[in-house]
Design a protein around this ligand. Structure first.
Ligand code: ADP
Length: 250
C-alpha cells in the first residue's frame, strides 16, 4: 500500500552545515498492517512521516501510495503529528469535526457523526469542554479521533503517547488495540518506546542514529487480539532482546 523507496533527506542551510536527516531509507506497509519505526531521538523519524504526509519533499527517492507517487502531495494520508493539534478556542466536538468540515460535510451532520463516535473514545461527557479542561490521555484520544475522521485508509502516528505517564500510556495502548480491531486501518507509527512498538505492531523497522538508516526489520509473531499481559510472555521478551541488540549494533 505504502512504499518509501531509497529516500534521503538533506536539510540545507546558509548558516550551518547541511544536515542529512535520513539516508537511503526504503520501507513498505501492506494494507491492514501495523508497522512501527523505532530509533533514537533525532534519527529522522518525524521527517519521514512529514514527507509521507506531503509536508516536505525527499532530497532523493520516491514515495508511493497504491502505486502512485505522492511526493509533495498533501491529503493522501491521515497524519497525527507529535504536537497536540487541537485548537484551544474550539470545544472537543468542534475540534474533532475539523476534517469533516474540510471534506465539505455540513456542520450539523458532522457533529452528529462525531457525537456517535465519542463514547468509543471515552469523550462523550466532554463534547462541549475545551481542550485545556481535559487530561493528556483524553486530548490524545481527541487528536486520534480527529485523525481518524480524515477517513484515509492509512494513518501516520508520530509518538502519540510520548508525553503520557506510564499508567495512562498503558491504558491508551489497550484502548488503541481495541479500536484498531474495529476500524481495520493501516498504521505507520513512529516511537522510541520498544515495548510499545512490540505490543502494537505486526512489523518493526529499526533506524540507526542520524542520519537515519534502516538497521533491521523484525516481525512480531504475537497473536491478535493483543493484550497488555503479553508483555511478560517469552516471545515478547525474546523480540525485545532482538530489538535491543539491533539498536545497539553498528
Ligand atoms: P526524530 O523524529 O527521529 O526525533 P526528526 O525527524 O525530528 O527526528 O529530526 C531529524 C534531524 O533533522 C534532527 O537533527 C533535526 O534537528 C533535523 N531537522 C528536522 N527538521 C528540520 C528542518 N526543518 N530544518 C533543519 N533541520 C531539521
Amino acid at each position: 500500500m505504502l512504499e518509501v523507496r531509497n529516500v534521503t533527506k538533506v536539510f540545507y542551510s546558509d548558516k550551518y552545515e547541511d544536515l542529512t536527516a535520513l539516508k537511503d531509507v526504503s520501507l513498505f506497509v501492506v494494507k491492514g498492517e501495523f508497522v512501527s519505526v523505532i530509533g533514537p531521538s533525532g534519527c529522522g523519524k518525524s521527517t519521514l512521516l512529514e514527507m509521507i504526509a506531503g509536508l516536505s519533499k525527499p532530497t532523493k527517492g520516491e514515495i508511493y501510495l497504491n502505486g502512485q507517487s505522492i511526493v509533495g502531495q498533501k491529503g493522501n494520508v491521515a497524519y497525527m503529528p507529535q504536537k497536540d493539534v487541537l485548537f484551544p478556542w474550539r470545544t472537543i466536538i468542534e475540534n474533532v469535526i475539523v476534517p469533516l468540515e474540510i471534506q465539505g460535510v455540513k456542520k450539523a451532520k458532522a457533529k452528529e457523526e462525531a457525537l456517535n463516535l465519542l463514547p468509543i473514545f471515552g469523550l462523550e461527557k466532554f463534547a462541549n469542554h475545551y481542550p485545556d479542561m481535559l487530561s493528556g490521555g483524553m486530548r490524545q484520544r481527541a487528536n486520534f479521533l480527529r485523525t481518524l475522521l480524515f477517513r484515509k485508509d492509512i494513518m501516520l502516528l508520530d509518538e502519540p503517547f510520548g508525553k503520557l505517564d506510564a499508567l495512562t500510556k498503558m491504558q491508551m495502548h489497550e484502548w488503541l488495540l481495541k479500536i484498531l480491531e474495529q476500524v481495520n486501518k493501516t498504521v505507520l507509527l513512529v516511537t522510541h518506546d520498544i515495548e510499545e512498538a512490540i505490543l502494537l505492531s505486526d512489523r518493526i523497522y529499526i533506524f540507526s542514529e542520524r542520519p537515519g538508516k534502516i538497521k533491521g526489520e523484525v516481525v512480531v509473531p504475537l497473536n491478535r487480539p493483543r493484550t497488555q499481559e503479553m508483555i511478560t510472555s517469552s516471545t515478547f521478551i525474546q523480540i525485545k532482546k532482538q530489538l535491543l541488540n539491533l539498536l545497539k549494533s553498528d
